[in-house]
Design a protein around this ligand. Sequence first.
Ligand SMILES: *Cc1c(COP(=O)(O)O)cnc(C)c1O
Length: 361
Amino acid sequence: MNARLEDLPIRDDLRGQTPYGAPQAPLPVALNVNENTHPVPDEVADDILGAVARALGGVNRYPDREFTALREAFAEYLGHGLDRDGIWAANGSNEVLQHVLQAFAGPGRTAFGFAPTYSMYPLLARGTGAEWVAGRREPDFSVMPDDAASQVADAAPDVVFLCAPNNPTGTPLDLETIAAVYDATDGVVVVDEAYQEFAPRDTPSALTLLPGRERMVVSRTMSKAFAFAGARVGYLAADPALIDALRLVRLPYHLSALTQAAATAALGHADTMLRMVGDIVEQRERISATLDALGYEPYESWTNFVLFGGVDEPRATWQALYDRGILIRDVGIPHHLRVTAGTGAESTAFLDALASIDSAA
Ligand SMILES: *Cc1c(COP(=O)(O)O)cnc(C)c1O
């Protein structure tokens, strides 16, 4: 006899919640969770393997709790005058964001974001016992500086998430809006730049805003542009004092010696690791143009995915693609679907299958 979840003495605020659950179906073309579908290049994989093998030699000991070499590697990769004291990392940027929430949100506090946005923000916030407050976007999913600032001032949250560019919509967010939101709150402002490497080359990062803004955090991940989702490595840059707050909530030795070795080795080949970004951006543009030609309404995207509207019945279209071996994402926005830009062949498979379905409204 199996117990039911409802029968357990679980926290009241977790009752009735559903876990994160993007389908992990073994389909030939998986374009649903914005992974980089290009594998790690062989020459980098060899180097990572060597580094992991060396780390294994010392795996009887706890790893460097301060992951010093890795923080130095991230500081060098990010530039902007950062050094290791201004860097934090964890097992995916999801854990990095969880650390921020554990330190600055939690019971009796609130976290805020402009919906629709990354589905993990509310889950992570509630997991720490904080309340999630959803702000509003324009009909085209953009946010304007004055409106953003007044919504944040009204909500007075403890933590604000600004997803730049935004998932699941792909929408860019300018620095003016970020600065306006910062000035409108006394809370911590997290700028999630998970997709920054896919933005146009000359786009300034929110890293340029960090000096003098000690409540601002800029988070990044190796999961997307770096083709490293399976290794689970995310990081952030912030004032060293803010990072001291994160040390209060992390588990000791949270980054394994193997993870530290693999990520540091991969960062030594940043240019090679990022080699496919340009190709993915080309596929994204081709997907958008073709969706438009097929009668759908793709949104401007600065990421590795495209949100498109004009879908008569998203559920039916999602299923029809699934039946053709192609997995994309129904993000719950009526008449919309989201697709990750894959390799040329994967993107073509998606576009051909969609054309054969003919489900534009
Ligand atoms: C994919 C994604 C992340 C990355 O999560 P990881 O835990 O680093 O894999 C973070 N933020 C957004 C908005 C994302 O889409």
